[in-house]
Design a protein around this ligand. Structure first.
Ligand code: ATP
Ligand code: MG
Length: 571
């Protein structure tokens, strides 16, 4: 049996019985009678990644666990970067992960009119003003962490003038950048977010949902808290970078006199090594064709992981193990791989595939004879049954499983040595056939007919068991092996230190395409998405490019963590 004994990563894999700090808060509120409403609020400007999976598991998970609901809200306030392609992919990914918003699909853009009216309300109450400074001037007057900002000369505009200007901004009378609406809070606040933040800007740009209806668009910090309030969200869960925005969040809800007051709670974002997770950088990888689209199996996107062969269960398990806390840390990608190995070990049927074939001829096996062996599909799953595997005189084994002049610890096939062909027979290598250049083209072996099933009646032992396929029955296929997308653990900081860009740290060997692989015949018609363990090689998944008779498989993950060993050797 191929082993499945990955090195367990250094994160405690036992889910703790105690509640995380978010669930403690929600549990207390639910116990006090609150009905729980959360939301997952993606901006549709890219595909979701594994970090979003964590947020999804928290937002939807908390709602499910406390009898509440979770809205899917698209925070679509930036017309320039957003697209329906992203909306569709986000919905598909959330569903695939196993969560449902029960029809509660909302868009910040649906609230534009209401948001606008609330902004007029702020103006009328003297809480917002139109600033006619440029973006540069506003930035220059904002101050620094140590110095307060300077009041804009427009800060003292009267209510009527502000209302008039704001209405004309909406009516399209002004060019981009000529005016903004700002909250009137405190230019001397130690929190820069509170120094009269911009609430609205002019953007003569079509929006993917509202078309050209609007030419002013609300800022995230204004639209987000109000959207939460309109929807009756009780717990607005977000990542730590919004902690410093919370006073503004609360200010907007209070000063707009919203009927409902949501509570923002921040938790640490998920960081993973050997990849990047900023949507801007992922978009760059796609746009500059460093990868083959958002769903390239090397991408940390949910669609990439899906195409690679990850299961939703394994990703949810990963998110549960990572947990919810206040402290930022970097999770080893080995943990994600560990989770998918564990899941696939239970659910993936086994098959045999030879990636780099070496012909073996069994000289004492009758020509033309074919035997059918009944092989167990999954030793971890008694319900998976058996399948028929053909055995014949000519077979393929892996090139790596033979060495003419074996070093000491190489126990696989070598001249004169006997090994087991998995589920079949013991064979002994008698002769190595080479071509004119000296390359090995064929091994001539004998088999022991008394060892059918793989064991010798006299109890003699062999040290290796090889996988194989019958040459006449095998189907040719393509297999794609993947490695880390980046060579550096933290591509962003490593690039910064060495004066490079993160693109310079792409792993040139992240994709290895093997053609002419020899697969068990049933794999030739496996539909895209089929997950299987290739014995001794890892877990694989039929790619979207697969076609009947021309299978293409992605390696999801190897059986063992070889990366750690390679890295250790290179040190
Ligand atoms: P951008 O980098 O463009 O701001 P984002 O990654 O923050 O994008 P959003 O669409 O704003 O993407 O994110 C939706 C939700 O997912 C937010 O609540 C955000 O806090 C959460 N989220 C994003 N990245 C992570 C991450 N790495 N770990 C956990 N949650 C995340
Ligand atoms: Mg964001």
């Amino acid at each position: 049996m191929s082993t499945n004994d990955p090195a367990v990563p250094a994160v405690d894999p036992t889910p703790t019985a105690s509640l995380d700090f978010v669930r403690e808060i929600v549990a207390a509120d639910a116990a006090a009678g609150a009905s729980i409403v959360t939301r997952f609020p993606p901006e549709p400007n890219g595909y979701l990644h594994i970090g979003h999976a964590k947020a999804i598991c928290v937002d939807f998970g908390v709602a499910v666990e406390y009898g509440g609901i979770c809205n899917l809200r698209f925070d679509d306030t930036n017309p320039v970067k957003e697209d329906v392609e992203y909306v569709d992919s986000i919905k598909a990914d959330v569903h695939w992960l196993g969560f449902d918003w029960a029809g509660r699909e909302f868009y910040a853009s649906d609230y534009y009119e209401r948001l606008y009216q609330d902004a007029e309300g702020l103006i009328r109450r003297g809480k917002a003003y139109v600033d006619s400074h440029s973006a540069d001037e506003i930035r220059a007057h904002r101050g620094t962490l140590t110095e307060p900002g300077i009041d804009s000369p427009y800060r003292t505009r009267g209510v009527d003038e502000n209302l008039d200007l704001f209405r004309r901004m909406r009516a399209g009378e002004f060019a981009d950048g000529t005016h903004v609406l700002r909250a009137k809070i405190d230019m001397a606040s130690p929190n820069i977010n509170m120094r009269d933040p911009v609430l609205y800007r002019i953007r003569h740009a079509d929006h993917h949902r509202t078309g050209n209806t609007w030419c002013i668009y609300p800022m995230y910090d204004y639209a987000h808290p109000l959207s939460d309030a309109y929807e009756g969200v009780t717990h607005s869960l977000c990542t730590l970078e919004y902690e410093a925005h919370r006073p503004l969040y609360d200010w907007v809800v209070r000063e707009c006199e919203a009927a409902h007051t949501p509570r923002q709670i921040e938790f640490a974002r998920l960081n993973l090594n050997y990849t990047v997770m900023s949507k801007r950088k992922l978009l760059q990888l796609v746009a500059q064709q460093h990868v083959d689209g958002w769903d390239d199996p090397r991408m940390p996107t949910i669609s990439g992981l899906r195409r690679r062969g990850y299961t939703p269960e394994s990703i949810r398990d990963f998110c549960a193990r990572v947990g919810v806390a206040k402290k930022e840390n970097v999770i080893d990608i080995g943990l994600l791989e560990h989770c998918v190995r564990e899941d696939l070990n239970k659910r993936a049927p086994r098959a045999m595939a030879v990636l780099k074939p070496l012909k073996v001829v069994l000289t004492n096996y009758p020509e033309g004879q074919v035997e059918t062996l009944a092989v167990v599909n999954n030793p971890e799953d008694a319900t998976a049954g058996t399948r028929d595997v053909e055995f014949s005189r000519e077979l393929y084994i892996e090139q790596d499983d033979f060495q003419e002049d074996p070093p000491k610890k190489f126990f696989r096939l070598a001249p004169g040595r006997e090994v087991r062909l998995r589920n079949a027979y013991l064979i002994t290598c008698q002769e190595v056939v080479k071509d004119a250049s000296g390359a090995i083209v064929e091994l001539r072996c004998t088999y022991d007919p008394a060892t059918r099933g793989g064991d010798a009646p006299d109890g003699r032992k062999v040290k290796a068991t090889l996988h194989w396929v019958s040459a006449a029955h095998a189907v040719n296929g393509e297999v794609r092996l993947y490695d880390r997308l980046f060579t550096a653990e933290n591509p962003e900081s490593a690039a910064e230190k060495s004066g490079q860009t993160f693109l310079d740290l792409l792993n040139p060997a992240s994709l290895d395409v093997l053609r002419g692989c020899k697969l068990e015949p049933m794999l030739g018609t496996a539909p895209a998405g089929t997950r299987v363990q290739f014995e001794r090689l890892g877990y694989f998944c039929a790619d979207l490019d697969t076609a009947p008779g021309a299978p293409v498989f992605n390696r999801t993950v190897s059986l063992k963590d070889t990366w750690a060993k390679v890295a250790a050797r290179e040190v």
